[in-house]
Design a protein around this ligand. Structure first.
Ligand code: SAM
Length: 292
């Protein structure tokens, strides 16, 4: 008999036992396909001495597969109603710890320091609540959590934007924010039929491997991200027009932007979506001289 949590029969039995009703507002779509879960876990490249951090364990479907593959699992679940359920479903796995906290509000670095030693490599693995996919990923990157890789499931459209190449319609400031810190791979496509309840979208699993250093070195990180955001302000406009509209006012502003574009070797008539991250870095450094 298959005792895994992530089967339709076992999942339904657990939900019934606890009279659990899904909260759409918390992005609750639970996976009921063990093969997909195993595949996610394989992509995290866990070992007997490594750890996993999960965001949103639900009733423990992915948590269980993580527990089978590594030394320790730490999971953040916002929904208090799921805590007794998880205590029950994960009772065979004493090396799993559940924290009843909003991941976005938690002091995750501090919690990780308490729970993992410096030698234990950490992977972040999750079937993300779709309404906060981007804030969760950006928190992990900006707060510099000590993870080796992140293997996370999300709405296909968001995954396509994260993995996009320059010159495509999906390429934008989100692509650059994430590729700045990590390499991105789409490792799996997941149909909507393997969840209950079924979401209205298809999903992908992406793997982010943290770079030793950001892909480009810039004079000022927050100015770099400001230039990137400004360049994508209105997608149909040229980079010159977008930057002119968004950088701080000043009399010779346009000339300074044109000359900075020249220093960076970028035609003013190009659109933001055609610039590589390296070109954005050169441009940001040139503009920084005049606009910081
Ligand atoms: N891991 C389970 C699975 O794969 O079946 C459940 C995934 S479900 C898409 C998302 C989970 O994230 C839900 O259990 C939800 O309650 C939880 N969640 C939503 N917002 C959260 C937050 N801010 N912090 C922690 N967990 C959250």
């Amino acid at each position: 008999m298959n005792k895994d949590i992530a089967t339709p029969i076992r999942t339904k039995a657990i939900l019934e036992k606890y009279g659990f009703t899904f909260k759409k507002s918390l992005g609750q779509n639970f996976l009921i396909d063990t093969n997909i879960l195993r595949n996610i876990v394989e992509n995290a490249e866990l070992t007997e001495s490594s750890g996993a951090v999960e965001i949103g364990p639900g009733i423990g479907a992915l948590t269980e597969q993580l527990a089978k593959a590594c030394k320790k699992v730490l999971a953040f679940e916002i929904d208090q109603r799921l805590i007794p359920v998880l205590k029950d479903t994960l009772s065979p796995y004493p090396h799993v710890t559940i924290i009843n906290q909003d991941f976005l509000k938690a002091n995750v670095n501090e919690v990780l320091k308490e729970y993992f030693t410096e030698e234990e490599e950490i992977s972040i693995v999750a079937n993300l609540p779709y309404y906060i996919t981007t804030p969760i990923i950006m928190k992990c990157l900006e707060e510099k959590l000590p993870f080796k890789n992140m293997v996370v499931m999300m709405q296909k459209e968001v995954g396509d934007r994260i993995a996009a190449q320059p010159g495509t319609k999906n390429y934008g400031s989100l692509t650059i924010a994430i590729q700045y810190y990590t390499t991105v791979e789409i490792v799996m496509h997941v149909p909507r039929t393997v969840f209950i309840p079924q979401p209205n979208v298809d999903s992908v699993v992406i793997r982010l491997r943290k770079r030793d250093q950001p892909i480009v070195q810039v004079k000022d990180e927050s100015f770099f991200f400001k230039v990137v955001k400004s360049s994508f302000g209105q997608r149909r406009k040229t980079i010159l027009n977008n930057l002119t509209n968004s950088l701080d006012q000043g009399k010779e502003k346009k000339e300074l932007i044109v000359s900075s574009l020249g220093v960076a070797g970028i035609e003013p008539s190009r659109r933001g979506e055609t610039l590589t991250i390296e070109e954005f870095a050169k441009l940001s450094d040139a503009l920084y001289e005049h606009f910081n």
